[in-house]
Design a binder for this molecule. Sequence first.
Ligand code: 13P
Ligand code: SF4
Length: 330
Amino acid sequence: MSSAAATSALARTAPLYDRVSRFVPPFEWPAYAHDIDAILRLKKERNAVILAHNYQTPQIFHCVADFAGDSLALARMAQDSDADVIVLAGVHFMAETAKLLNPTRKVLISDTSAGCSLAESITAEDVRALRRKYPGVPVITYVNTSAAVKAESDICCTSGNALKIVESLGVDRVIMIPDEFLAQNIAKQTKVEIITWAGHCEVHELFTPQDVRDMREANPGVFVLAHPECPPDVVAEADYAGSTAGMIDYVREHRPPRVALLTECSMSDNVAVQYPDLEFVRPCNLCPHMKKITLGNLRECLENMTHEVTIDPAVAEAARRAVERMLAVK
Ligand code: 13P
Ligand code: SF4
């Protein structure tokens, strides 16, 4: 790129840098500015939207995303989108969900290897075996799963609606897969018996109750919010538990002056951009899968229209039913 073009990209993106400057060092910005400028142009040329999960870096979340949110919000946004191209800045199961809800649109993910330890913990055959073991018990599948696993399920859930989905079925026993900790955390809030699976999120399973106690000692008055993928003994030490969007809503509504979000690292940075008056303690763990998405590969995938997400039509039809059934629960 010529130095004149680089200067123009810097000038055009200067207002975006003002937003994220507390979290992006100035020496990194020129390289980001170049990609951001190109991505903003390419989105217009391709009639594309970028849907970003709350765990994306601030330079993606605040500078190129058209919509951002938790897994439930991303699914709803994908359902409502009328863009020709949807680029999912998140992990593969999120892109698959977007494709399920938009079978006629092009859905891209800029790194197809962006997986999830929960999605990898269970297969479609495992679900069939569970059904044989517990005949007649409905299967609720967390969205953090492959389309093939969703296709074997009665209904999906996210961390934002799991309790509502369990209770919507009107039964006294359900199978809830694959996140054991989410299932145990929900089981504490309902009379419905929950059969679980031993899958874990490799990010949230690392938090311990001692981490929370140490954090409180080092940061008097800190308000601790935990994601329900954390182990139940960690959630028990926290002041609030909810999905990533639930945590953001809580911070917006209650404005605790000192906050700790027990979740992925970028989430605190993204929320802190919006609430500069609050102090964020950062006891975070990185998700290596979410971090595979970068401005560089987002730009490349929009430039070349590569890494399209496709799903076998027979699998897609059954998986879509489970996702749409979830979205219909109000
Ligand atoms: P939510 O954003 O739905 O709370 O999910 C968290 C997560 O781990 C997604 O990968
Ligand atoms: Fe999967 Fe956990 Fe990463 Fe989310 S944070 S994508 S649940 S490994």
